[in-house]
Write a protein that binds this ligand. Structure first.
Ligand code: ZN
Length: 190
């Protein structure tokens, strides 16, 4: 680093050195922080699983939330573009689920088994961590209903398609922008 010589007495030089040292520490601390859009994980000692409180939603522009940060960049860009256009049409696209950790996905599956009584029935609504596109950041759930409905009708313009017939809220990047969406699978077990 090029610094102008300090001709002052030693005390001043020590102060400058201390300030520079603190700056170096601060800069290296910043470099190790997860960058927005970077992979989620352990942030500030808190393990992130991408969970969003039940019946809660977050904005697709909330770059701080692990559920958003963990998404595939192409998927996120498409959703944000759609959200801007939806807003112009008076519809607010909200995210009810995005990226999920494997552990969180397993917890959702366990809860579904408890509610529906069997793994087979639960699998129609919740995939295993191995199969879920949420775990790889390649799926997003949109709400409320009018927003999901808007995206079912307009999503193909952005490459976004409804994946399962029984989940009108679940979208993946399944075609080119302006392309044609594949026919939805009957359910997640298919
Ligand atoms: Zn989903």
């Amino acid at each position: 680093m090029a610094c102008r010589p300090v001709h002052d007495h030693v005390h001043r030089r020590r102060t400058v050195t201390a300030v520079l040292g603190a700056l170096v520490v601060a800069l290296s601390a910043c470099a190790s922080d997860p960058v927005p859009g970077g992979p989620p994980g352990n942030r500030g000692g808190v393990v992130e699983d991408g969970s969003i409180p039940e019946h809660g939603t977050i904005s697709p522009f909330d770059s701080e939330h692990a559920a958003i940060r963990g998404l595939d960049p192409d998927l996120l860009a498409a959703v944000r573009e759609a959200a801007r256009d939806a807003r112009a049409a008076g519809v607010e696209l909200r995210v009810t689920s995005g990226w999920r950790s494997r552990e969180y996905q397993q917890r959702l599956l366990d809860e579904a088994v408890a509610v529906h009584g069997s793994l087979a029935e639960a699998r129609r609504l919740v995939s295993t961590p191995e199969k879920s596109a949420h775990v790889t950041g390649k799926a997003i759930d949109i709400g409320p209903t009018d927003a999901a409905d808007w995206l079912v009708r307009h999503g193909a313009d952005y490459g976004l398609c409804q994946t399962y017939a029984n989940e009108m809220w679940h979208f993946e990047l399944s075609t080119e922008p302006g392309g044609e969406c594949p026919v939805p699978l009957s359910d997640a077990a298919g």
